[in-house]
Design a protein around this ligand. Structure first.
Ligand SMILES: [Zn+2]
Length: 333
């Protein structure tokens, strides 16, 4: 089948290690999704947004340049880079900024070393005031996650749902959009999984147009039942799947145009790594696969059922992501 259309995936984890685990996929693995003979529905992957997470003891620049070399060599599409500076000076980061780069910060994962406080996020905004570099933010309030985690020990994969409640996302989004408005600093909230946070973002956009957000197909298609049953530990991802009522409301909010883009948050680990701590779910690496399904699953479940139009899916998976990644039309293929 010839490629008739393409989609872009703004949120993809490949080609690095996270929390000591090597991700399952490298840049080369994504080329399959660009091949017309296997591209389902005549739609193939165009460009991706990939992450570079700083590791202790290594300058972010070194890892970034290394990953960029690999991507240029192994992947035929374009890559936009989301850099997570965990131990960097502002000047080091400013030297790396160009039109293919933004930043990614986390309001949680203190133990894994990814955490930034709201004060640190504020300082980044102040330091980048001239550049106005967009900051992607994983919004789950660390203190809230700690509080609920203490109340719900991690015995079973479904406890993940109780340990990272919706209120954690809402609290972090509240703080982050306030900062974005205060400093007129562009932020993009990744993988919004709760209706309340989505509504808050919709309101905040009225005060400052530099706020954007995404949700991922798995929050629109599945609920917390995914964390029950055989091999539920393999489906542990963060934020967790939500209650059915929230899932349904999230679809309605998507229909209302609250989300700028759909992105997979593809973060696949090998089954061996997912299974290693099967009986100790707290140690299971968080993340699930999704890039190959981004367009097809949304088409099948939302377009074919009449919930959204083909044009809307095109906006959510191609036009708006291309804008966020500063792609020129000739870059798209
Ligand atoms: Zn992610």
């Amino acid at each position: 089948m010839p490629i008739e259309r393409i989609y872009h995936d703004f949120h993809v984890h490949v080609g690095e290690s996270i929390g000591g685990y090597r991700l399952r996929d490298d840049f080369a693995d994504l080329n399959l999704l660009r091949r017309p003979e296997i591209a389902s529905l005549g739609v193939a992957l165009g460009s991706i947004g990939a992450f570079v997470t700083q590791e202790a003891g290594t300058p972010l620049k070194d890892k970034y340049l290394r990953m960029k070399r690999v991507a240029n060599r192994d992947f035929s599409g374009k890559v936009f880079w989301h850099l997570s500076p965990l131990y960097s000076e502002v000047e080091d980061i400013i030297a790396l900024l160009d039109k293919d780069v933004d930043l990614k910060l986390y309001t949680c994962y203190r133990e894994a070393g990814l955490y930034s406080s709201y004060e640190q996020i504020e300082r980044w905004m102040q330091a980048l005031a001239e550049h106005k570099t967009r900051i992607l933010i994983h919004c789950e309030d660390e203190a809230t996650v700690q509080e609920y985690s203490q109340r719900h020990p991690f015995h079973h994969p479904h406890d993940h749902f109780l340990r990272r409640p919706e209120i954690a996302e809402l609290r972090a989004v509240e703080r982050v959009v306030d900062l974005a408005i205060k400093y007129s600093h562009p932020v993009h909230i990744v993988h919004v999984s709760t209706p309340q946070a989505a509504i808050l973002i919709q309101e905040a956009k009225k005060a400052f147009g530099g706020i954007s957000c995404e949700t991922a197909p798995h929050y629109l298609l599945y609920n917390d039942d995914m964390l029950r049953g055989v091999d539920a530990h393999r489906r542990i991802c963060t934020p967790p799947f939500r209650a059915e009522r929230s899932r349904g409301m999230l679809v309605e909010l998507l229909q209302d145009g609250v989300f700028d883009i759909l992105a997979s948050d593809h973060c696949a680990f090998n089954d061996k790594d997912k299974d290693r701590f099967k009986d100790n779910p707290q140690k299971v690496p968080c993340g699930i696969a999704g890039i190959g399904e981004l367009f097809a699953s949304m088409h099948k479940n939302l377009v074919e059922s009449g919930k959204i139009s083909p044009d809307m899916l095109d906006r959510l998976t191609r036009i708006n992501p291309a804008r966020l990644m500063n792609l020129e039309l000739q870059d798209e293929i």
